[in-house]
Ligand binder design. Sequence first.
Ligand code: ZN
Ligand code: ZN
Length: 344
Amino acid sequence: MHEIRKDVVRDNWVITATEFVLKPRDVPVKKLSAGEGGPEPGYNPHCPFCEGNEAVTTDEITAFREAGSPPNKPGWTVRTILNKFSALDMSGELDMQKDGIFEHGNGFGQHEVIIETPLHGQDFHRLPLNRIEAVFKMMRRRYNDLVRDERIKYIQIYKNRGLFAGASLEHSHSQIVALPMVPANKNVLSQYYQEHDHCLICEMVKAERVKQERVVYEGDKFIIICPYASRFPYESWIIPRRHTSHFGDINDDEIKEIALLTKMIITAVIDGLKDPAYNMVINTAPVNVPHQEGYHWHLEINPRLLVNAGVEIATGYFINPAAPESAAALLKHLFAGQAETGAE
Ligand SMILES: [Zn+2]
Ligand SMILES: [Zn+2]
């Protein structure tokens, strides 16, 4: 059975299975991830992100490093640099121009890379908890720095793990793109808030907690659900229970919990779905524009098991062959198994 479900958060539609169709054992894409079971994490002389190869990257923006160790040298745990192949830069002024029906601006913005570990082959979800916390703290630091530039209107933090999710380098990293415009789907929640005077995501969390059909886990500070209109098989969202618009306002206690939950849910996805590629995406409020308060930031984990085909490109509607309710049941089971054995 299939249904066409409204994706209220993006103002879009998803064609989704309502009963289990795509089972983990039938996952078609097998080895397009970074790959588990490779050699022990270590140094790769050809990788620009490895500790010891700092000289071949762009200059460090900031890093968490041993006291006294100089920038652009070894001794760091998390390191942020400009993307060497960035199409955007913040030198110069933002300049938007119209030419009849055509409109363009200069390549204003910033594209950064957060190198999550000095070691090659060390996967994000395999990092010790305090190191995953450090990655989130680095994301918060960069967000709150970029937001201070009034010309920036949206900050997208994301991670591509595996070739099939768009990662061009194997060494574990996240990216930040700071843009001078707001993506259209990031305005939907603010519009809803203005029309209804309450937050759509808060409402969604309330409804999911009553139904319990798509809840994977309820923590003190976050809830994990497989959203009603999941675009990807086994898509899950980690949503702060506190209504917070900006990811940059995450506090240290919340970072502690989201580090644990991210580690556990990614481990569940990797172990349960044959080591797939995935994207991790942080959706957050537009910045330096009015009406930001209606947004409620949340983190998505999107396993990339299928290739997006013509219908997604043509209509913008996704087809999801795994019922979100069944996906939640499986992830809940895998998650509970880890909680019993204790997260690494
Ligand atoms: Zn490396
Ligand atoms: Zn809210």
